[in-house]
Design a binder for this molecule. Structure first.
Ligand code: 13P
Length: 256
């Protein structure tokens, strides 16, 4: 819907809690070589990024600086500083050159009791520090099977709009990640994804023209092109397939 030329196409790797210094060095070095400065995609320009565990932000900065690949984190504190043991602020992520932070991933909503209000607060903290939040939304299998998908997603999104306002939501990236498709090998079909993305775009109102909407959930080299060809899909948030360049690179190129 609308003019998709206005929206940035992106492929972002979510490493989750994977990696170690030696293996990361090989993967980050290979990513930097595959995507040297401003060379991602022969067709439409695609922004490529990886969101790494906090301890590896410095390593990502050291190995990706000078390449076209950006980096970021997978969570952020709603607070800016102070007595919050174990938390990491948005300013700390930008201090290491991070551009993105994932907020509201279903694994955090489900296993760390994160509410939509907290997720919206984290997105606000990220924006205030100059980071682009990637806000994750999505329904469970039970919610899909009981026809609750749109209601659930509308509820998650509306809290963000209330807290952030349309102007700030326009600066966010939104990732639709159906919980039943994450790490299961079972991706949503291109038509299912397009239908939810078109719904999200309408609900985004005036912000819809600029927000890039990513799909996440079992994206692989073999299904990326058909998912990214959908008119309201601006790229992907990639879990397992972002851990090997042989899987990740063709997904990034399929977005171009
Ligand atoms: P998979 O690509 O491993 O299904 O994970 C998707 C995801 O959760 C990205 O944030």
């Amino acid at each position: 819907m609308g003019d998709d030329a206005l929206r940035t196409r992106r492929v972002v790797g979510n490493w989750k809690m994977n990696g170690a210094l030696a293996g990361n060095a090989a993967l980050l070095g290979a990513c930097a070589s595959a995507f040297p400065e401003s060379a991602v995609g022969a067709g439409r320009a695609v922004e490529v990024a990886v969101c790494v565990p906090f301890p590896y932000l410095a390593q990502a900065r050291d190995l990706l600086s000078g390449s076209a690949v950006r980096w970021g984190a997978q969570d952020v504190s709603v607070h800016s500083s102070g007595a919050h043991t174990g938390e990491v602020s948005a300013a700390m992520i930008t201090d290491f050159g991070g551009s993105f932070v994932i907020v509201g991933h279903s694994e955090r909503r489900a296993h760390h009791s994160e509410t939509s209000a907290l997720v919206a607060g984290k997105a606000a903290a990220a924006l205030a520090a100059g980071l682009t939040p990637i806000i994750c939304l999505g329904e469970t299998l039970e919610e899909r099977e009981t026809d609750m998908t749109e209601a659930v997603i509308a509820g998650q999104l509306s809290v963000c709009i209330e807290v952030l306002g349309y102007d700030h939501v326009a600066q966010c990236v939104i990732a639709y990640e159906p919980v039943w498709a994450i790490g299961t090998g079972r991706n949503a079909t291109p038509d299912q994804v397009q239908s939810v993305h078109a719904f999200l775009r309408r609900r985004l109102g005036p912000a819809g023209a600029s927000v890039s909407l990513l799909y996440g959930g079992s994206v692989k080299a073999s299904n990326a092109a058909e998912l990214f060809a959908m008119p309201d899909v601006d790229g992907g948030l990639i879990g397992g397939a972002s851990l090997k360049l042989a899987d990740f690179e063709p997904i990034c190129r399929a977005c171009a």
